[in-house]
Design a protein around this ligand. Structure first.
Ligand SMILES: Nc1ncnc2c1ncn2[C@@H]1O[C@H](COP(=O)(O)OP(=O)(O)OP(=O)(O)O)[C@@H](O)[C@H]1O
Ligand SMILES: O=c1ccn([C@@H]2O[C@H](COP(=O)(O)O)[C@@H](O)[C@H]2O)c(=O)[nH]1
Ligand SMILES: [Mg+2]
Length: 219
């Protein structure tokens, strides 16, 4: 990627901002820096139970939970053209451009006043992952991967009844394809670094949580 030249002196502020190019990369903080943000990515197919298990962790450990999907759903209600684009992409099961999701995540992290985060449903593809690591200087402590058969996830999503525009059979099938094609490579990337804890999510939620909390205690 090419880095934009700095704006010349005398540039108008708006033009200068435009010339400044993409957000600058943040260098990683030292391991023992108490202000360092620690992140666990919560990944798995649609309906695998990411939100359900994250809520339990919030209850027990008080960690901050940032669901990228929830942030995008809130953003789509903003009424802005970008919000409309997000609404259309969610309805079609597509991955929203990284810069949109990362700026929502960054703002939520900054406003939370916390240092430990569960980031649920992100990164969705390799480009999300690389951009997030570069822009924030954060790589995850580990990844919780909820592994669940598609037929089980499909049944759960069709029974969820939260009025989501993407919980219909047509979009669910697209989301499964996107998960296999684009999101699994992210899990494989972190697995190669020894950072993935795989959890069998095809069990009662209580049973899944017993394993999740045990893994989380090490965080
Ligand atoms: N272990 C489980 N057994 C049975 N039902 C479950 C289990 N975990 C979650 N559910 C139910 O399945 C549905 C989907 O769960 P949840 O919203 O946590 O999934 P998710 O991974 O966050 O999905 P999405 O990626 O679509 O946001 C919910 O209705 C939830 O109550
Ligand atoms: O990082 C992300 C997270 C989500 N999306 C879009 O939102 C929907 C729903 O996400 P859930 O995690 O299931 O709530 C997803 O299908 C994508 O369209 C995204 O683009 N990027
Ligand atoms: Mg969810």
């Amino acid at each position: 990627m090419t880095v934009a030249e700095p704006p010349s002196a005398g540039c108008a502020p708006a033009a200068a901002a435009e010339l400044a190019g993409p957000p600058k990369a943040t260098p990683p903080k030292a391991k023992d820096d108490p202000t360092r943000h620690k992140v666990v990515f919560v990944l798995g197919g649609p309906g695998s139970g990411k939100g359900t298990q994250s809520a339990r962790l919030v209850e027990e450990f008080g960690v901050a939970h940032l669901s990228a999907g929830d942030l995008l759903r809130a953003h789509m209600k903003s009424g802005s053209p970008e919000g409309q684009m997000v609404a259309d992409m969610i309805k079609n099961g597509q991955i929203v451009p990284s810069h949109v999701t990362i700026s929502l995540l960054q703002r939520a992290m900054d406003e939370s006043g916390k240092h430990k985060f569960l980031i649920d449903g992100f990164p969705r593809n390799e480009e999300n992952r690389a951009s997030f690591e570069k822009q924030t200087g954060i790589s995850p402590e580990f990844v919780l991967f909820f592994d669940c058969p598609e037929e089980v996830m499909e049944r759960r999503l069709l029974g969820r009844n939260e009025g989501r525009t993407d919980d219909n059979i047509e979009t669910i099938r697209k989301r499964f394809h996107v998960f296999i094609d684009s999101s699994m490579p992210v899990i494989q990337y972190y697995d190669a670094l020894g950072k993935v804890a795989r959890i069998n999510a095809d069990r009662p939620a209580e049973e899944v949580y017993t394993e999740v909390r045990r893994l989380f205690m090490e965080f």
